[in-house]
Write a protein of this length. Structure first.
Length: 501
């Protein structure tokens, strides 16, 4: 009953005129960002983060969350119409969405993607509302050892569950931790890692500069390189009659939608997992449980419903650990977490106690964002199809200018602009060399939280490292983190034994 009261208060915040306008604007921008190949929610949120300094913190996060939500919807549009995923989260949608479009059923695939996204979003928001308060209550018992154990778990999940090249992932995390330590020591006040004695490094490396550099400029350079060729867009006939018929055909796929929603939500909760593996797993389960698995990959409607329900559910799920325990569940929520820290909102269990209006306003705004996203998506499909014809040669300079303005606006320091350009080139080279950039972004966000927690814990225990293993909550979390860290090594040994056997 208390949750319902808090949620109603949240709706009062979410439906305040400024917040409602920002939800609608955020969803619309997010749909465009998701639909344009090479952008995606991470890049969009990073580029537009500085623009939110004009509004209160609650309104700013509501706006950015709406962009995230809209981008999850929009990613399916280019996947279906061009065969190019708008973001990695929409990769699985191309498997059956593109064949449907090539078979003259583009409208059916687009409507299925929009409705499945709404279905996944609705179920995940209800689960989010139910799970957030109890998880926050448990997290209230966390001290410095528990916080550090959680930070260790966040990094360990990238190593154990990330799926990328393990040495490259570890290198990416270490680079992020180094950048997070630049500036003045948090305890002694002594300067450290002041590269080439440049004064600009004294205030540390602004998270915003890193995020815009990597996800704005770096991704733009990468997209220019990989999308040199011309791609043909399929035709879609959109009418009220066809929309009604397609909605009726979707009724048979409701079980797939439920499966994708629940699976996506719980995969999204896991740090380092996010919407991409959630959507791929949902597609695999849908094919495995289907009566006609041979149709998958050739234009099966369930092959669109499952990943789209999952990636929207996962985007909501990834916000749960971000708010309750301060660990982002995806690269985009890592950007949101950085934004919260900039605005003085400390993520974690105390957020539910000290910033009730913000937390429940954000949760309530997700309901509104989900509703407006599906309505705008279906009504504006012709507009998004027209925008997909915009040459990237026009879009790329716009992104570049937005990135430069966004990097300069917060500090008005040219040092940060040059640094952002360097990070952009560095981010492009990391992609070129197949290094994951998400672990580095996570590390620069969590580094300033993990370091003081580690040092305070060691001060409490007089330097005894077993404090992370002997405490009732920190112990199991640390144990799981260590298992994940050594999981790749165990896999390697098992594989070698199998080969030798």
């Amino acid at each position: 009953m208390e949750i319902l009261t808090l949620l109603l208060d949240g709706f009062a915040t979410a439906f305040a005129p400024i917040n409602l306008v920002l939800v609608i604007a955020g969803v619309s921008i997010g749909l465009f960002i998701g639909a344009m190949p090479g952008l995606g929610s991470v890049n969009g949120v990073a580029i537009l983060l500085p623009m939110t300094f004009l509004v209160p913190p609650t309104s700013a996060i509501i706006f950015l969350a709406a962009i995230y939500y809209g981008a999850m919807y929009g990613g399916a549009i280019s996947s279906i119409m061009l065969g190019i995923p708008g973001a990695s989260t929409a990769v699985a949608t191309t498997f059956d969405g593109r064949p449907l479009a090539l078979g003259g059923k583009a409208d059916k695939a687009l409507i299925a993607a929009a409705v499945a996204s709404f279905f996944g979003g609705t179920i995940s928001i209800v689960l989010f509302t139910a799970f957030a308060p109890p998880l926050a209550d448990i997290a209230l018992d966390f001290g410095d050892p528990e916080i550090f154990a959680l930070m260790l778990l966040a990094f360990a999940t990238f190593v154990g569950l990330g799926g990328e090249d393990i040495p490259k992932t570890i290198f990416s995390i270490c680079i992020g931790l180094v950048f997070s330590a630049v500036g003045l020591d948090i305890m002694s006040g002594e300067p450290r890692l002041i590269f080439f004695d440049i004064v600009g490094f004294m205030h540390g490396i602004n998270f915003l500069v890193l995020a815009i550099g990597i996800y704005g400029i770096g991704e733009m350079l990468w997209t220019i390189e990989v999308n040199r060729g011309q791609t043909t867009m399929s035709k879609a006939v959109i009418s009220v009659d066809r929309i009604a018929r397609n909605l009726k055909d979707l009724l048979g796929a409701w079980k797939t939608g439920v499966m994708g929603s629940v699976l996506g939500f719980f995969v999204g909760i896991l740090p380092a997992a996010g919407a991409t593996p959630g959507s791929l797993m949902a597609y695999g389960v849908a094919k495995l449980t289907s009566r006609e698995p041979e149709q998958f990959g050739h234009g099966h409607i369930a092959g669109v419903v499952a990943p789209e329900a999952a990636n929207n559910a996962a985007s909501t799920g990834s916000m749960l650990p971000m708010l309750t325990i301060g660990i982002p569940g995806s690269p985009t929520t890592a950007i949101l977490l950085g934004g919260m820290v900039i605005w003085g909102l400390v993520p974690g269990p105390m957020l539910f106690v000290e910033e009730t209006e913000f937390v429940w306003g954000l949760i309530a705004s997700l309901y509104a964002a989900n509703l407006f996203a599906v309505l705008i998506n279906i009504l504006c499909i012709p507009v998004f199809l027209w925008m997909l014809r915009m040459p990237f040669t026009i879009l790329a300079p716009l992104i570049f200018v937005l990135s430069l303005v966004g990097g300069f606006a917060p500090t008005q320091d040219m040092h940060d602009v040059w640094l952002m350009l360097i990070f952009g080139i560095g981010g492009y080279l990391l992609r070129k060399l197949d290094y994951p950039v998400a672990p580095a972004v996570l590390a620069i966000v969590l580094g300033p939280i993990a370091e003081p927690a580690l040092r305070q814990s060691l001060l409490i225990s007089n330097g005894d490292m077993t404090v992370f293993l002997t405490r009732p909550i920190a112990g199991p979390i640390t144990a799981i983190a260590l298992v994940l860290l050594f999981l790749p090594l165990a896999r390697l040994i098992v594989n070698r034994l199998k080969r030798s056997g």
